[in-house]
Design a protein around this ligand. Sequence first.
Ligand SMILES: Nc1nc2c(c(=O)[nH]1)N[C@H]1C(S)=C(S)[C@@H](COP(=O)(O)O)O[C@H]1N2
Ligand SMILES: [Mo]
Length: 416
Amino acid sequence: MGVKRPDRREFLRGGAALAGGLTVGAVEPAHGQAPEPERFIRGEADMIAYGERSPFVTSVRIPHPPGGRESPDAFGLVFHVAAPLQDSVGTITPSSLHFVGTTRGSLMPEIDPSEHRLMIHGLVDRPLVFTMEDLKRLPSVTRLHFIECAGNNARATHKTVQETHGMTSCAEWTGVLLSTLLEEAGVKDGASWVVAEGTENVKGASSFPLAKAMDDCIVAYGMNGEAVRPQNGFPLRLLIPGFEGIFNTKYLRRIKVVDRYYMNYNDYGHLRRDSVRAALGYQIGPKSVITFPSGGQKLSGRGFYEVSGLAWSGGGAITRVEVSTDAGRSWQEAEIQGTAHRMAHTRFRLAWNWDGQETQLMSRCTDEVGQMQPLPTQVAEHFNAAPDPSYRVPGLDNTIQPWRIASDGSVHNARA
Ligand SMILES: Nc1nc2c(c(=O)[nH]1)N[C@H]1C(S)=C(S)[C@@H](COP(=O)(O)O)O[C@H]1N2
Ligand SMILES: [Mo]
């Protein structure tokens, strides 16, 4: 688009009103006004047909774990990439920034939706095959849900919230309830598990309980108001709300109803010698993290700030978020912004007047079934019989994330 960045000083002059903290808005209108535009973005056909963000907005996904394999690699394989939660506002992750989870690297299948089929078979009265068109004729649902990868474990070496927590995102998903399809097929007596399979060879297959399949799972073709993106499973993916990310099979082509747990390729990476860590995790969370201020950001001085972050749980809706601005000595009730949806990111905020002293900020949430997010030390106490020193939390780590605010306003990961 050929738009040049404006002179940095121009920017600072425009933003000076905000730098004073407590004096927000208290400037003479004539001095605070935005300058007349000198540059214009030339309309281009592509940009009109399918919108683009401003060249000043530079938020991007990064490899996960930090310093891990670049995506794409030389062969075009895509590995885990994390979403830039530090720049997030509201609760929806734009599709372009939604994290991507691929089990051991993936070439994204390019699927022509007119040729795609979803087969439902196994312990059913009527095995069925659906085209995309068939699926779109059925009653649909639209729901907000987060997905979180089991690899979303914060480490002391991680610097930003993208590094500690970027393997989760939240989107508005549209599709058909899996229960609608299973009712259509008729589940036979004795069925107890369901296996879902994607189109890439052995990848994307996992087993989950039939009770969950009949509850709230979505066979989704829509994401944030348009078709699901190729990186997120175009043309069809499964949403298993609140379960570990790996269950959310992308490029969904087959649902088999079975009478026992079926071991899949997905289980391979999760097998451990001790039984606690051996299994895939079902319901995850409750979990929350402050996204502003968070690691790598800088406060411009003492004064008023809105502490803001995200909370979510596999147990249902978030009912309460508390924030500590004194390293966990006291907790204040944060405000939940808008409606807290079940198994969806929920935005919380708390007005905070920073006195300029070094401190730590942290958040903890509670969900509708009464589960509260633990401190790392609480989890350590519980698992102090750990079989090896690297042992942290079995499955996904949902412990409280502390951010240290240094007296110069810089923000750092305070995890031990
Ligand atoms: N077919 C298929 N489905 C898959 C995967 C995959 O590699 N192939 N990765 C899984 C993993 S590990 C996660 S965390 C989620 C991530 O979903 P997303 O990429 O849409 O964020 O998809 C799951 N579904
Ligand atoms: Mo994952």
